[in-house]
Write a protein that binds this ligand. Structure first.
Ligand code: SF4
Length: 119
């Protein structure tokens, strides 16, 4: 069995959680003050998810890059592969905020969207 310590980020209280794992199975979660903490701990211990925020190259524009993010969290383990894909991408200026750069990014159901306008 392994024990993982986490801080719940689901609300500002920041409960300190302890997750006990048997292999990849969650045996117990303690330290949470509400069910959201257990849900967070189970997800975080087995498959951590994060929103990817990065920059994509802009072609033929005044701006050289535009900020982008996934519109939902994707598995953290995919971040190296995600950055490889992002380096291959570019958009033509102008591009408006909220433009989908790539749908179903890395087959995660998340879209990669611009978070500002670039000219
Ligand atoms: S366990 Fe509940 S109360 Fe504690 S930080 Fe998470 S959401 Fe907030």
């Amino acid at each position: 069995m392994t024990e993982v310590k986490l801080v719940c980020v689901s609300c500002p209280v920041g409960c300190e959680l302890t997750v006990v794992l048997e292999g990849k199975e969650v045996v117990s979660v303690t330290g949470n003050r509400c069910p959201r903490g257990e849900e967070y701990a189970r997800a975080e211990a087995v498959e951590p998810m994060r929103v990817l925020m990065t920059l994509v190259r802009v072609e033929d524009g005044r701006d050289r890059v535009v900020s982008v993010k996934t519109d939902r969290p994707i598995p953290l383990r995919l971040f190296p592969q995600a950055m490889d894909r992002v380096r291959e991408l570019s958009v033509k200026a102008p591009v408006r905020i909220g433009t989908v750069i790539e749908k179903d990014f890395l087959s995660t159901d998340a879209n990669l969207v611009t978070t500002r306008t670039a000219h």
